[in-house]
Design a protein around this ligand. Structure first.
Ligand SMILES: Nc1ncnc2c1ncn2[C@@H]1O[C@H](COP(=O)(O)OP(=O)(O)OP(=O)(O)O)[C@@H](O)[C@H]1O
Length: 472
């Protein structure tokens, strides 16, 4: 078993660049906006893009242990409000972190005292947003892949926001907490340096990220409100997911009790089911990319590797620990890779380390993946062992999720027996851990602190990459 210290570091995303097979024509730019979007601010502006992934989440329902008291009439206290919309003002206190969250701190958060998190009898006080999600859930099943894309291109500009602290950094830039100058709500803006994106051959992935995020709408996926760009950077405006990364919670907890892991795994399963129904493979599942909203529900962030793939693709990308053997050995692959990664995620949540981890060396990890031997610790529930054996299996004809029954096979596995899937989708089940955040205040205390950069955004000037990010 790896030492705990070695595991505190975040896992790096890897990519060989954009070599995917040509995906089917991407969804056309939206012809209509969502009803909640405010058309006020449709500026013909530049574009921005973002790349790579990190982790951020956001959520929108009240649960019985929700301590938020900040509802604005008629809306969820959460986000789901167009940054440009002028609405009732919330207190515009500057965001800011007070208590820095120390990821090396080993105290256990209050997740041990979970009520039966999967038990539907606990639960629920849906807010407006929660109901909106529920409505969505119902209609989405019917509509299948006919979802409407939000209009995101060139929708905002830097002047619409006041920039606050850095929430996280990635390979191409950083993510900032920002406050809308219009509705005074808080958002997260991912800033990507174009030069860095180009240098790392991630132009196609960055454009894909924007396109995929624009398309998706699901309770457990981050919402992208808009994108823009200046001569140096691409910008993506997203919900601010206040509760921090699942990664931090997991490292503090060392490992999750069986029902806690089950709760998070179930929410991820629903998100994967949805993405796959849209013919999108996610390809970068890991706790670093799962954010907790203020109520403790998950939001998957970082669509830097998400791809529309009707059939198969070949790119080597993702994070070594989580790669399926067919990716490592450069065979064509499909959505089955996400089910493999779900297995790795569940393993990591239950054990505190990934099954193929090996002194942090990607090459050794790849060897272990191809060898395919997993040691399940004795404390792992037999149902979990059975599920993981079926997810983390190199044989694509045997991998759960990739069989005839599709995601249903995963959802009906005995390990998930107590999960009431429809209620979970409505966020009608209390999360096992509610992050201690001051809701709606731009409270970034759940995020690590990062040194701020002095270079100002919004530079005018020549843009050598003007033709590469036209969708932003
Ligand atoms: N919507 C959000 N709300 C709150 N925090 C966020 C949000 N999006 C991202 N973050 C924070 O910023 C970090 C970096 O974001 P992200 O992973 O998307 O960037 P990246 O450039 O893709 O990173 P990487 O190179 O690791 O893939 C995340 O780990 C998370 O902590």
């Amino acid at each position: 078993m790896p030492t705990f210290g070695a595991l505190l570091k975040k896992k790096k995303t890897h990519s060989t660049g954009s070599k995917d097979t040509p995906a089917s024509p991407t969804v056309a730019e939206a012809s209509s906006t969502l009803p909640s979007e405010n058309p006020e601010l449709n500026r013909p502006a530049g574009r921005e893009s973002s790349d790579k992934a990190g982790s951020a989440v956001n959520a929108n329902t009240n649960t019985s242990n929700n301590n938020n008291s900040h509802s604005i009439k008629g809306t969820s206290p959460d986000t789901q409000m167009n940054p440009a919309a002028s609405t009732n003002q919330q207190s515009a206190q500057g965001a800011n972190s007070s208590s820095h969250h120390n990821s090396h701190h080993h105290h256990l958060p209050h997740i041990g005292s979970i009520k039966s998190i999967i038990n539907p009898t606990h639960g629920h006080h849906g807010t407006t947003q929660g109901n909106a999600d529920a409505n969505y859930a119902q209609t989405s099943q019917v509509q299948g892949s006919k979802s409407q894309a939000r209009q995101t291109k060139g929708k905002y500009s830097l002047e619409d926001f006041s920039l606050q602290r850095t929430l996280g950094t990635g390979s191409f830039g950083r993510v900032h907490l920002v406050q809308s100058r219009h509705n005074h709500r808080f958002y997260a803006i991912k800033v990507l340096k174009k030069a860095q994106v180009v240098k790392m051959k991630q132009v196609e992935h960055t454009n894909d990220e924007r396109r995929m995020l624009q398309r998706v709408k699901h309770p457990f996926l981050i919402t992208l409100w808009g994108t823009f760009q200046d001569s140096k950077n691409l910008y993506m405006v997203m919900d601010f997911v206040e509760g921090g990364e699942l990664f931090s919670l997991l490292r503090k907890s060392q490992r999750f009790p069986n029902p806690v892991a089950k709760f998070y795994a179930a929410e991820v399963t629903l998100a994967l089911e949805y993405l796959h129904s849209q013919h999108i493979i996610y390809r970068d599942l890991k706790p670093e990319n799962l954010l907790l909203d203020r109520h403790g529900h998950l939001k998957i962030t970082d669509f830097g590797f998400a791809k529309e793939v009707p059939d198969i693709t070949w790119t080597l990308c993702g994070t070594p620990d989580y790669l399926a053997p067919e990716v490592v050995s450069s065979k064509g692959y499909n959505k089955s890779v996400d089910w493999w990664s779900l297995g790795i995620l569940i393993f990591e949540m239950l054990c505190g380390f990934t099954p193929f981890w090996d002194s942090g060396s990607p090459v050794k990890i790849y060897e272990n993946i191809l060898r395919g031997k997993i040691k399940f610790p004795p404390y792992m529930h037999p149902d979990a062992v059975d599920l993981l054996s079926q997810l983390i299996t190199p044989d694509l004809t045997k991998r759960l999720g990739n069989l005839h029954g599709g995601p249903e096979d995963v959802k009906t596995h005995p390990w998930f027996a107590e999960v009431t899937w429809d209620r979970l989708l409505r966020k009608d089940i209390d999360a096992p851990y509610v992050p201690p955040v001051r809701a709606g205040q731009g409270d970034a205390s759940q995020f690590d602190k990062y040194p701020e950069e002095s270079e100002a955004y919004g530079a005018q000037g020549e843009d050598p990459y003007y033709n590469l990010f036209t969708e932003f």
